[in-house]
Ligand binder design. Structure first.
Ligand SMILES: *Cc1c(COP(=O)(O)O)cnc(C)c1O
Length: 411
């Protein structure tokens, strides 16, 4: 039997408790959706205001040089590199996750010219699959996407596999792949390994170098708290960089952008992934979030995340039994990322009723209630309070109200 007093005692002993002060968490909100849009760091408004007023307002175009605007993609990339176990010069911040996936997937196919198959998981985040479909269609050289279940990945890789493209932590269930084992299975057949770290960076320890991964992308607005639509990142391992060929060849990825040559020549290394002008204001906001993540030991984040996801699942079982919630995340904590999901046929209206009471998670079609666990600002006692509200919503049946059935554009 878990009690609220036990959870309050865990908060009192929590080494990460002071990190909560770094974020603005609105009054009356228990935020369980930091895996979809991280909350605002308190330092972000000041930093963005400074970049607007001083660097843009006063510095004007001089700030491209004087304020280091052009160096932002590499500078923030080098910081993210520390979070994902990659050398600084192999990571860059740019564009969205979808666009970066297009770039690195194109680079992977170019690096394995005789092979035609992209292996991925059927339940992968749809944009990853759509991007692969679109790239294969554009290339028109017979590439195809082979989709299998998560446990069938290793068996699906063969000598025709150019690249295995997976999201490390599944957005839907929170299930986490064994990065080292799957990467080794890809390499055993001569395929490249591409990881999407959208739900990993800033949430779970990642060591791309130790795993031997070849390529990666990830998201800036989830666990890195970079703000809505924050720029994303990409990584290409050192061994691929000398010959890397990205499918988007913009002027800022040119060896000499300000020579304005009529023909493209790639910049050396990861800089060739630079396409067009960086969104400076968004980069400034992202850097604040990344700095907080870099200050925090990922081992401590993971330890608290495992404790919190486990407690949350146990509490729901203890308090909400008999209401038809079925755990949709792996039971074993080591196979789970930093979220807990439950399936329920009425997941959508239940989540809307929860949100109306200030417990913000999200709904993922067709039937998932998804709760992101973000140890930097989530207290153990918050878990108790969230589950108490979930129980009240289920027991009262208030989720049956018509207003909770209205589907909005973003779920
Ligand atoms: C969130 C997420 C994305 C987001 O892509 P955007 O281009 O930033 O909209 C991509 N892939 C995965 C696996 C995600 O979870």
């Amino acid at each position: 039997m878990i009690t609220r007093a036990q959870l309050a005692a865990l908060d009192a002993a929590d080494p990460l408790a002071p990190m909560r002060e770094r974020f603005h968490v609105p009054q009356g909100v228990i935020y369980l959706d930091g895996n979809s849009l991280g909350p605002m760091p308190r330092a972000t408004p000041g930093r963005v205001a400074e970049v607007v007023a001083r660097e843009w307002g006063e510095g004007l175009i001089r700030s491209w040089n004087d304020a280091g605007w052009m160096a932002l993609p590499g500078r923030i990339g080098a910081k993210i590199a520390r979070l994902i176990g990659a050398p600084a010069e192999t990571v860059m911040v740019a564009d969205s996750t979808s666009v970066n996936l297009y770039k690195v997937l194109g680079a992977a196919l170019a690096a394995r010219p005789g092979r035609r198959v992209i292996v991925s998981e059927r339940g992968n985040f749809p944009t990853d699959l759509y991007i692969a479909e679109g790239l294969a269609a554009l290339l028109d050289r017979g590439h195809r996407l082979k989709l299998v279940e998560g446990h069938e990945i290793a068996a699906a890789i063969d000598e025709d596999t150019a690249v295995v493209m997976l999201t490390h932590v599944n957005y839907h269930t929170g299930a986490m792949f064994d990065m080292t084992a799957i990467t080794a299975a890809a390499h055993a057949k001569g395929a490249l390994m591409l990881w999407d770290l959208a739900h990993s960076a800033g949430a779970v320890p990642v060591d791309l170098t130790a795993a031997g991964a070849d390529l990666a992308v990830g998201c800036g607005y989830k666990f890195l708290n970079g703000g809505p639509g924050a720029p994303a990142f990409l990584h290409v391992a050192s061994h691929l960089l000398p010959d890397v060929r990205f499918p988007l060849t913009g002027w800022l990825g040119h060896a000499a952008p300000f020579a304005f040559e009529p023909s493209y020549r790639p910049a050396g290394g990861i800089a060739a992934a630079f396409v067009g002008s960086p969104p400076v204001l968004s980069m400034a906001a992202l850097e604040v979030g990344v700095d907080i993540a870099c200050e925090t030991p990922m081992g401590a984040v993971r330890a608290k995340s495992v404790a919190q996801t486990t407690l949350f699942a146990d509490l729901v079982a203890q308090e909400c039994g008999g209401h038809g919630l079925v755990l949709a995340s792996p039971v074993e904590a080591e196979r789970r990322g930093s979220q807990v999901c439950f399936a329920h046929p009425e997941a959508y209206p239940i989540m809307q009723a929860l949100i109306a009471r200030g417990v913000i998670g999200d709904f993922r079609a067709p039937d998932i209630l998804r709760f992101g666990i973000t140890p930097l600002y989530l207290r153990f006692a918050d878990l108790w309070d969230a589950v108490a509200i979930l129980r009240a919503v289920l027991q009262s049946g208030e989720w049956r109200e018509e207003r909770f059935r209205i589907r909005r554009a973003v779920t």
